[in-house]
Design a protein around this ligand. Structure first.
Ligand code: NAD
Length: 434
């Protein structure tokens, strides 16, 4: 918390906590607000989420004992439309992280000009360490604990780390069963990222990776990097990382290294992105993939490549990792993968950072399309989804470039500026109630 930002956070009684992801993210956002002269009252409003919901609920495990789970839903801002944001199942889920991710959703929806607000949720659980039945009971009970805090016109969750289309199907089914008869039909729009056969959208599963590929294929040539033959690495080979890799490889890019929670692997020429996805599906991680050598974390970061795509968790690239980074460009698939110190060091080294709210906006863009399809009780052709996704991603990229030029700033600040300009305009039009 430095400069002008501290006055807003001080005014709200924040105590400075350098490791708080929320303080790191909101400080960046409010600093940008200062640069673009966002009115002080709007900075105050944005400095805290509107609602922070915390629930504790018991679930019977397979062996008969009861376990108490802790879950969160944070609704940051809904000036642009209903709250929207993923639900994460991970042992490290905390209120601080969920708040930070909710702010980023407000910024992402605003940058993409979606009529949606920002939210995020999560449950402290290792989804790999519970059985299928336990996961289902845990998901259903979380949904009922949230009750009317979510809804198709109010707050619409989606998949994130540790959750998938099946989890979304259980949330939708639970919500529909708890709804009264008259609103039952529209209940399926309570979540996006559902399976295609249960009114999910074509293209949603790969949407975040696809959106990132649209961004890098648009921006890399402007940075002097040819897409065909571009060497790249990925951190995390889950939904975002594996789809980004598979789709980018279709443009002739070469995946040289991947790191996940099981280790780091490397190949001098090229890793087979599709076979690697199958290996991860079968074994749970990248370790032990054929035709690859195992390397250390430091060796992974030091590889001299055109592009690195962090697509795992937050705060992974601190000043320590940033000092190692050998890539020329970082395209943030994950939310907030770079700490402020890491970010500063990378920029000093001349690494270009394509920020998360631009690179990973594809997921929420197709989620928005799924929500519209559900409300109209239709399913669009895959090509229509792709065309709209390309439109949203390219328009967002143009806004970031224009803002970078207008404010003479880096791309992260530019992305926040383009988002905040829109939020500011809508507040000015709507006014603050009453
Ligand atoms: P996922 O659960 O499918 O994959 C997470 C990946 O992170 C896994 O490959 C896992 O091995 C890896 N990982 C976990 N701990 C790690 C560690 N310590 N070191 C290295 N790798 C580690 O999750 P996802 O949906 O792909 O989400 C990844 C990121 O993208 C998150 O920041 C999420 O918020 C963001 N995101 C996801 C979506 C989406 O549509 N799924 C949309 C926007 C942003």
């Amino acid at each position: 918390m430095t400069g002008q930002t501290s006055t807003v956070l001080d005014e709200l009684g924040f105590r400075y906590e350098p490791d708080s992801l929320y303080q790191q993210v909101i400080s960046d956002v409010l600093d940008t607000g200062q640069q673009i002269d966002l009115p002080h009252q709007l900075q105050l409003i944005l400095a805290q989420p509107k609602n922070e919901i915390m629930v504790h609920y018991p679930v019977q495990m397979d062996d008969g004992h009861y376990r108490l789970f802790k879950g969160y839903r944070v609704q940051h801002n809904n000036i642009l439309g209903p709250y929207k944001g993923g639900i994460r199942f991970h042992p490290d889920v905390s209120l601080d992280h969920v708040k930070a991710l909710a702010v980023l959703m407000t910024m992402k929806c605003a940058l993409a000009r979606l009529p949606l607000g920002g939210a995020k949720g999560g449950v402290q659980v290792d989804s790999r360490a519970v059985s299928y039945d336990e996961l289902r009971r845990m998901t259903r009970r979380f949904t009922s604990a949230l009750g009317d805090n979510i809804g198709p016109n109010h707050d619409i969750p989606a998949p994130d780390v540790g959750t998938n289309a099946q989890v979304m199907a259980w949330i939708a089914d639970t919500y529909i069963n708890l709804s009264d008869a008259r609103s039952r039909f529209t209940g399926q729009a309570v979540v996006t990222g559902k399976p295609v056969s249960f009114n999910g959208s074509h293209g949603r599963e790969q949407a975040t990776g696809q959106g990132l590929v649209y961004i890098v294929t648009e921006l890399l040539p402007e940075l002097g990097i040819e897409v065909d033959g571009c060497s790249f690495s990925v951190i995390g080979y889950g939904n975002v990382g594996s789809w980004a890799a598979r789709l980018f490889a279709q443009h002739g890019a070469k995946l040289r290294a991947v790191m996940d929670h099981t280790g780091a692997i490397h190949h001098d020429a090229e890793l087979d992105t599709v076979a690697l996805a199958e290996h991860v599906e079968k074994t749970g991680g990248v370790a032990g993939f054929v035709n690859s050598e195992s390397i250390s974390v430091e060796q992974f970061y030091r590889l001299e490549l055109d592009l690195m795509i962090p697509a795992a968790l937050e705060q992974m690239i601190t000043d320590k990792e940033a000092a190692w980074v050998g890539a020329k460009v970082l395209a943030e698939g994950a939310n907030a993968p770079t700490t402020p110190e890491g970010d500063r060091l990378l920029r000093e080294k001349g690494v270009t950072i394509l920020p998360a709210i631009l690179c990973n906006a594809g997921g929420v863009s197709v989620s928005y399309m799924e929500w519209r399809q559900n409300r109209d009780a239709v399913q669009w052709e895959p090509n229509r989804v792709q065309e709209e996704l390309r439109f949203y991603m390219n328009a967002a990229a143009q806004r970031v470039k224009l803002a970078a030029h207008k404010y003479n700033t880096d791309l992260r600040t530019a992305a926040y500026a383009a988002a905040l300009e829109h939020v500011g305009q809508v507040y000015a039009l709507r006014g603050i109630f009453p």
